[in-house]
Design a protein around this ligand. Structure first.
Ligand code: HEC
Ligand code: HEC
Length: 493
């Protein structure tokens, strides 16, 4: 257990080589792994049959309109819940949650690797496999083996004729074999990753698919220089211009960095500002001036002119440089959704089973007027399940003062409606926000925080995070926090 935690806390850097990453990008963009393609295509190389790929929900530039500068996505999409391929067997027509942006999920500065809003998976590689063989790609749970067979069929049957295949070095078997002298270096696999598709086992092929897509995702990063310092956003440029670092130095933990940065900023009396500049992928100007500086002080709980401290509280969970702590908190999102449907004060009356009665129950659904038990309880669903030892251990470690005297039965109610803290870079490309996509823009979102913190103070937020109690967001604070959050935008392409 000590060993496991050491890995989670340090957050290994996942630098991989180009050949593997490019193979990952290709697999991520290939719609032939979907159920629709598998059942409707005439052959593996059929150019006319459609299907869904990861890229259809985790979009990059497919909707970009250069005349308005709108439509860029940092591997998210623009709807609260994304439509999923229809199947007659179940009634599911959309994803349970908002599609998160994927850029930065493999950052060497993220504290944990838990994947999904509710920490369902201990590592993003598990999510990758779950997706290739899962409902998002059209596959029912009972069809997992067919989905895996489809991966093998595509990899071995690809003849290199499709546009995507041509762009990435020809047929999969040629690229996986990796020996053809005409294969360019950036598409070539390292020797120990190469496979002869004709003789490789099914498991070896699947493993390579997972490994390469995970390497691709872990490589998606906001702009950093050769010393890992972030440089793309006006916020980062502001830090660098004033002699601060925009990321921890080697050997420094995120917490040490954060403390150092915060105390440095508290002493900064004459900040050098960053002039507004046009960002083509946003169709807007961003800079870092007086307003952003005022917002930063709220975000970082820095002193006001009268010496008292700002109480935005944001920093305690959204830790720079990624602006996430990789942990799970209840900031009221589920309760606010539930009470919009069922009325104020109803969430605390909701019957939630204790551990010994929970059994197979999952409470992971969008709230509807017809069903008062339809609710999304996030981490509650996976904590203390036999097949989730990493999540359970991590939560025990971070919640229990005395591990020997901390039964899971007592902890489960504290897992109600907790979700993973998302990063806050480049938010302009990933609206709407929150796990349920309930906030269309940042003003709305900050008013939700204000409501949640009022409920918390009134003792009306069920299992709310205690850090919401001191949170103070007056009108003018919201009006400076928005420009501050916008100064975290950059030209991600
Ligand atoms: C139909 C839309 C859709 C498709 C297709 C899709 N995803 Fe996702 N993805 C989502 C949603 C929604 C979530 C959030 C799920 C949750 O947290 O409950 C998600 C979450 C993820 C995450 C976790 C991110 C995080 O920060 O925790 C990863 C990794 C991921 N997807 C990778 C993939 C890969 C790889 C594929 C293709 C094999 C894929 N996705 C296909 C919608 C989709
Ligand atoms: C107690 C920890 C905590 C504090 C304090 C906190 N946040 Fe959050 N933040 C979260 C969590 C957890 C989520 C996801 C919640 C959900 O979707 O249900 C979130 C979501 C967000 C999002 C949405 C991002 C996205 O991609 O969907 C933004 C923006 C945000 N927070 C900004 C702020 C700001 C600004 C502050 C300070 C006023 C703040 N947060 C304070 C934990 C926190």
């Amino acid at each position: 257990m000590k060993f496991l935690l050491a890995i989670l806390m340090v957050g290994p850097a996942y630098a991989e080589y180009d050949g593997l990453i490019n193979l990952g990008e290709r697999l991520f963009s290939d719609p032939r792994f979907s159920q629709e393609f598998a059942t409707q295509s005439a052959s593996i190389n059929d150019p006319n049959t459609k299907g869904i790929s990861c890229l259809d929900c985790h979009k990059v530039d497919s909707d970009f309109d250069p005349t308005t500068g709108l439509g860029m996505r940092t591997y998210s999409d623009s709807v609260a819940k994304t439509p999923v391929p229809l199947r007659l067997e179940d009634k599911i027509d959309q994803t349970l949650r908002n599609t998160p942006a994927l850029v930065g999920i493999g950052s060497p500065f993220s504290a944990t690797r838990f994947s999904h809003w509710d920490g369902e998976f201990a590592d993003h590689s598990e999510t990758v496999l779950g997706n290739f063989a899962g409902r998002n790609m059209g596959w029912l749970q009972s069809e997992k083996n067919r989905a895996l067979d489809q991966i093998i069929a595509v990899i071995s049957g690809d003849d290199g004729s499709l546009e995507l295949s041509q762009e990435f070095g020809g047929s999969y078997d040629r690229v996986l074999l990796g020996v053809d002298p005409s294969l360019s270096d950036e598409l070539r696999l390292n020797e120990n990753d190469r496979l002869d598709v004709k003789t490789a086992s099914k498991q070896d092929i699947i493993d390579l698919v997972i490994k390469s897509v995970t390497a691709y995702l872990n490589d998606l990063s906001f702009e950093r220089d050769e010393n890992d310092q972030y440089i793309g956003s006006p916020y980062d440029q502001f830090l660098l211009a004033n002699g601060f670092k925009s990321a921890p130095s080697p050997g420094q933990t995120v917490n040490q960095y954060m403390v150092e940065l915060r105390s440095g900023l508290a002493k900064l009396n004459e900040p050098k500002f960053i002039a507004k500049k046009y960002f083509p992928t946003h169709g807007r100007e961003f800079g870092f001036g007086e307003q952003e500086w005022a917002g930063l002080k709220v975000f970082f709980n820095l002193p006001k002119a009268d010496g008292s401290l700002n109480q935005g509280m944001c920093l305690v969970c959204h830790k720079p440089p990624t602006f996430s702590d990789g942990l799970f908190h209840n900031i009221g999102t589920t309760q606010l959704e539930y009470e919009r449907v069922h009325g104020q004060g109803t969430f605390k009356q909701l019957q939630i089973p204790e551990l010994d009665q929970r059994g197979e129950t999952f409470m992971a659904a969008s709230s509807t007027i017809e069903d008062p038990q339809a609710v999304d309880l996030g981490v509650w669903n996976f904590f203390a399940r036999d097949d989730k030892p990493e999540l359970t251990q991590y939560i025990r470690k971070t919640h229990c003062r005395d591990l020997n005297n901390c039964p899971n039965e007592a902890l489960l109610p504290f897992m109600v409606a907790k979700f993973k803290t998302p990063g806050l870079r480049n938010l302009n490309h990933s609206a709407p926000y929150f796990h349920n996509g309930s906030s269309p823009h940042l003003y709305h979102l900050l008013h939700e925080y204000k409501r949640a913190s009022n409920l918390m103070r009134a003792g009306e937020l069920r299992n709310g995070d205690p850090r919401l109690r001191p949170m103070k967001l007056f009108h003018h604070e919201i009006h400076s926090l928005v420009p501050f959050l916008e100064s975290l935008n950059e030209n991600y392409e």
